[in-house]
Ligand binder design. Structure first.
Ligand SMILES: [Zn+2]
Length: 267
């Protein structure tokens, strides 16, 4: 399971009011002092995951968990002492969200959270690369490094889950099992590469993991969790092959202290 030091403690860090939004595309309108590498008019993708380009993890080919900045995802700007760059009409702080705050016409973003892209790319499609599609495809392609002929189970077929399917198909997975309580997702999933489908509400007395193990003679090589439920994480983990299976978790349970611990332990 993927390891991280992501701080999921919502307690004192959840401050409001806050400008939400983390998936978007934009054009650089102005640049602060001492900022290199970007210029006015650049088309940029904001990404909440930082990349300082200097720390051990940013330089590593195995990790993208920036150890310099990836601590508190609910804080404001970290490079400059956690100050908020947004104020209301009374001069009070409005807090950032995931360092991007894209539900606004203008925002302020540290360059550690910006990726410059070509003007040739269609912006309505490129915005999906700001989180959902890159998260899903990256999980299959980079984190799991799915090999040709592998067996896969994807729990949750929303935007991220379907992108995992896309990534697994591109890497040549032989069997891709989609798991979702919405039966319509089977037909949608087929367009991305799902070969088989499991609806948990149709499994009767059997656990999903039992069904997946029966379908794969002992479990999948890789399972991916794209649902924010601890029970799904547990079932996905149990669905993998004993000894060699790998589970990649993208969904985070909203009440999950245990999930936070799980991430911190790198289980
Ligand atoms: Zn870094």
């Amino acid at each position: 399971m993927q390891s991280s030091s992501m701080n999921l403690d919502r307690g004192a860090n959840v401050r409001f009011p806050r400008i939400l939004g983390h998936e978007s595309i934009g054009v650089v309108e102005s640049i602060g002092e001492h900022v290199d590498g970007f210029k006015q008019g650049d088309v940029v993708l904001p990404v909440f995951h930082p990349h300082c380009e200097e720390c051990r993890d940013c330089k590593s080919s195995k990790s993208n968990w920036c150890t310099r900045f990836a601590e508190d995802y609910f804080s404001n700007t970290r490079r400059y002492g956690m100050a908020s760059r947004f104020k209301d009409f009374l001069g009070e702080d409005i807090h950032h969200f995931l360092f991007v705050s894209s539900f606004s016409e203008y925002t302020v973003i540290d360059i550690a959270h910006l990726v410059k892209i070509s003007r040739e790319v269609s912006v309505d499609k490129a915005t999906l690369l700001s989180c959902g599609v890159s998260t899903g495809i990256g999980a299959a392609w980079k984190v799991a490094n799915v090999e040709e002929g592998s067996t896969i189970a994807v729990f949750g077929l929303g935007a991220v889950g379907l992108a995992v399917v896309e990534g697994a198909r591109l890497r040549g997975a032989a069997k891709i099992i989609g798991v979702d309580i919405n039966p319509d997702k089977f037909e949608i999933g087929k367009k991305f590469g799902i070969t088989e489908f499991v609806n948990p509400s149709m499994c009767g007395e059997k656990k999903i993991s039992e069904v997946v193990k029966e379908m794969t003679e002992g479990g999948v090589d890789y399972s991916f969790v794209c649902v924010g439920l601890n029970s799904s994480i547990s079932e996905a983990f149990t669905s993998t092959r004993t000894g060699t299976g790998k589970t990649v978790v993208m969904g985070i349970d909203k009440y999950s202290d245990s999930c936070g611990s799980l991430f911190k332990k790198g289980a």
